[in-house]
Design a protein around this ligand. Structure first.
Ligand code: ZN
Ligand code: ZN
Ligand code: FE
Length: 744
């Protein structure tokens, strides 16, 4: 070995490689290959200056990307060969020359890694069956951090001084637990306990008590990473729904492993990879067969795998699947403190499996689909937050305040935008407090104060009220951003586009620039501005917001407007009078309302317990057909006239055509319309890029067909992959528009 010639290589790695345990990883990998030299942070990433035998250097470079810590994002790796080897010995991590803020990048929480899983199951390991085992590559992060810089004293782990064994691992650069702040063991770390339904700690092994409760059909309150879950076996879904007073929204499941999940759902290789990834999100999988209606009434079930050692131990060898739902009551944020759990969940939980490691920050489970083999987020939260999105044209610090019902905010610092976790509906007071508290927390974590604010045009959004108030109090400039323009910009930023682009923006509702309700839009624009190229014929909402849930009102309005017999039963005279007088019947061009209205006409869902339920069930009901209905597209801006479609649909329904076929035919018609509208916009502007955003695009029937259709017509469709298409993704778009439009 000593005989072969030494070579020298300088390697420059760009991307998000700081603050994610990347340098210790490089050190260990270089040591493993017997290399000498230095490793150093630079302004744009990491630089290495290494020497050793050519073969060892090449192996090092080729193994680097695949073995890198899962949170590192390598954008480029440049190797510069040929320097004169100095023959120096030793491997050193050099101190950073510049104190860069990216040193303080904060990691999301990471699911248990294979090494820790092995130790957890190894009777000879000192952490055998220890529910809080973790290492540099896994464990809690974001949810236990109180303040920066990130070290143990500023986390929930401050309460647990390390024992000498843990201390030794912590200080050893060759150890997997080198500088792992939450490192602990049964000697020095947190402790698990079980309390009965009345809130008293029970003698006995906590895990066995919890497992016994589950097996006897009880509901267990279980402390996770970002909050408390309620867990029970699948056959207890109805009982849980009753006790939790939960509407018909689906529950998520946790399955012991992929095989247990496969017994219930179809799983593609990409879905399997996402389930098993270190982020461990909930993946929305197709049911293998109809059933489990009490868990999820639609065609999919959200499934995740155990992501903490505690989950792994709870499942053991004999539990296959558990309902695992956030412990919160009616739109309140997820319960996350022990005392809160005991108070709020009394009468719901039959027992509590808790521990003494405090959760500092609430963080719900993330929720995604796999679309064309890639992530398509519905809710971006645990495992993803607070990882940044790299943006272009970043300047200073901007705070964008998001929407209201699916609230989020986004804080930027230079070239990085940090979208918040899922916050929830701000109309709930505790959720609003959580929102304001998280904004303060992000400003502290990323050590910045916004110089510019952005919010929605809608004056009644509580997020806009927060922005106004803060703008007044701190004298900060405020940019108000039109809702659908923000969706367009969010999808552009998600894909790193500069525009201009065509944007199909379909959602429930957002305030338009003309003070009417928009939501079935075709826009043309970029961060600097937009034009409304097309829209859909507005639908009168009989009774205003009541029509969002009482969707038989939408059915009535659609049928009547199309010249069909509108039905409506006993309520018909009242609806008729309101429409005639124009009394509390605001017009909306929301695509979500069209979906809900058609769902009601087809008898799929006429009364919804949550917004968009009619649309979700229509998608689930759709059968197989290539047929479509007639429609008209005319005027300027182009207007989609759905009346010919509604007339044909009503006639076929009367003729006895089954609802699943009509549901598919309806969506096929929208696909045609979307394509025709995009092509018209492309002809007029010469643009080829089409961004798809808004909550109505969280419909896989539409997405799986629209993307190839647009490509087939010579256009370039873009969809979300890092933030949600619904209003949760809005804050990123607001931020991009505000920083581009601000002339400060
Ligand atoms: Zn680990
Ligand atoms: Zn220890
Ligand atoms: Fe929206």
């Amino acid at each position: 070995m000593g005989k072969c010639a030494l070579e020298r290589v300088r390697i420059e790695i760009r991307g998000i490689v700081q603050g994610v345990g990347f340098r210790p990883f490089l050190y260990r990998l270089a040591a493993e290959h017997g290399l000498q030299g230095t490793i150093e942070n630079s302004a744009s990433g990491v630089e290495l200056d290494l020497e050793g035998p050519r073969e060892a250097l090449e192996r090092f470079i080729s193994q680097l990307p695949e073995r890198a810590p899962s949170l590192a994002l390598i954008e480029s790796l440049k190797a510069d060969w040929g320097g004169e080897p100095s023959g120096r010995r030793g491997l050193t991590i050099l101190r950073s020359r510049t104190a860069d803020f990216r040193d303080t990048l904060i990691s999301p929480d990471i699911g248990i890694c294979p090494d820790c899983l092995r130790e957890l199951r190894d009777p000879r390991d000192r952490r055998y069956r220890y529910p809080f085992i973790n290492c540099t590559n896994c464990g809690p992060r974001f949810t236990i951090i109180r303040d920066i810089p990130y070290d143990r004293a500023r986390t929930s782990m401050a309460a647990f001084p390390m024992c000498p064994d843990c201390e030794r691992e912590y200080g050893d650069i060759l150890d997997r637990r080198y500088h792992a702040q939450p490192d602990c063991c049964p000697v020095c770390g947190p402790r698990l306990f079980f309390l009965g339904g009345e809130g008293r700690e029970q003698p006995g092994e906590p895990l066995e008590l919890a497992r016994a409760l589950l097996k006897s059909g009880g509901i267990l309150a279980l402390k996770g990473l970002g909050g408390v879950h309620l867990a029970c076996t699948l056959d207890r879904a109805a009982k849980l729904r009753r006790r939790k007073q939960r509407d018909e929204k689906p529950f998520a499941l946790m399955c012991r492993d992929v095989e247990a999940a496969r017994a219930l759902c179809h799983i593609s290789p990409e879905e399997e990879a996402l389930l098993e990834s270190s982020r461990k999100p909930i993946v929305l999988l197709k049911k293998r067969r109809p059933g489990l209606e009490e868990v999820s009434e639609n065609g999919r079930i959200g499934v995740m795998l155990p992501y903490t050692p505690l989950h792994v131990l709870l499942f053991g060898e004999d539990l296959d699947a558990l309902i695992m739902t956030s412990a919160n009551l009616s739109d309140r944020p997820i319960v996350y403190r022990n005392d809160e759990a005991l108070r709020e969940l009394r009468g719901i939980a039959g027992g509590y499996l808790l521990h003494d490691r405090d959760i500092q920050t609430r963080c719900d489970d993330s929720l995604l689909w796999v679309l064309e083999g890639k992530e398509y987020p519905a809710r971006r939260s645990r495992g993803y937050v607070p990882f940044p999105v790299k943006i272009t044209g970043g300047r200073g610090s901007v705070l964008a305040c998001g929407a209201e019902q699916k609230a989020s905010f986004c804080l930027s610092k230079g070239d990085y935008a940090f979208p918040s976790q899922h916050i929830g509906d701000l109309k709930n007071l505790e959720t609003l407090e959580h929102y304001e508290q998280q904004i303060r927390h992000f400003e502290r974590l990323f050590d910045t104060r916004p110089e510019l604010l952005a919010c929605d045009l809608h004056p009644d959004y509580l997020s806009a009220a927060y922005a106004q108030e803060r703008s007044r109090r701190e004298g900060l400039p405020l940019v108000k951003v039109q809702h659908h323009h923000a969706h367009l910009a969010a999808c552009m930023a998600d894909n790193g586009l500069e525009g201009p682009v065509i944007g199909l923006i379909w959602d429930g509702v957002g305030l338009g620039s003309d003070a009417t309700a928009w939501g079935g839009e075709c826009l043309v624009g970029d961060y600097g501005g937009f034009e409304r190229f097309g829209s859909l014929r507005p639908i009168p909402l009989i009774g205003g917001d009541r029509a969002v849930k009482e969707t038989d009102r939408l059915a009535y309005a659609l049928l009547r407007d199309s010249g069909c017999e509108p039905g409506g039963g006993e309520a018909a005279p009242a609806y008729e009078a309101m429409l005639r007088a124009g009394l509390n019947c605001p017009l909306s061009s929301g695509m979500g309302r069209l979906f809900d209205g058609v769902s009601a006409i087809l008898g799929i869902k006429t009364r919804c317990s949550y917004e968009g339920q009619g649309a979700v069930l229509l998608e689930a009901a759709a059968g197989e057909t290539e047929e479509r209905f007639p429609y008209e597209l005319e005027g300027s801006p182009l207007r989609f006239d759905w009346r010919p479609m509604v007339r044909a649909l009503a006639a076929e329904k009367t003729a006895g055509v089954p609802a699943p076929l009509l549901a598919a035919k309806f969506m096929n018609t929208l696909l045609d319309m979307a394509l025709e509208m995009s092509l018209a916009a492309s002809r007029e502007t010469g643009l080829k890029d089409v961004v798809l955003s808004g909550g109505s695009f969280q419909n896989m029937y539409i997405m799986e067909r629209l993307l190839p259709a647009l490509r087939g017509a010579g256009l370039r469709p873009w969809r979300h992959s890092r933030v949600s298409a619904n209003d949760e993704g809005l804050s990123l778009g607001q931020l991009m528009i505000a920083q581009r439009q601000w002339k400060g």
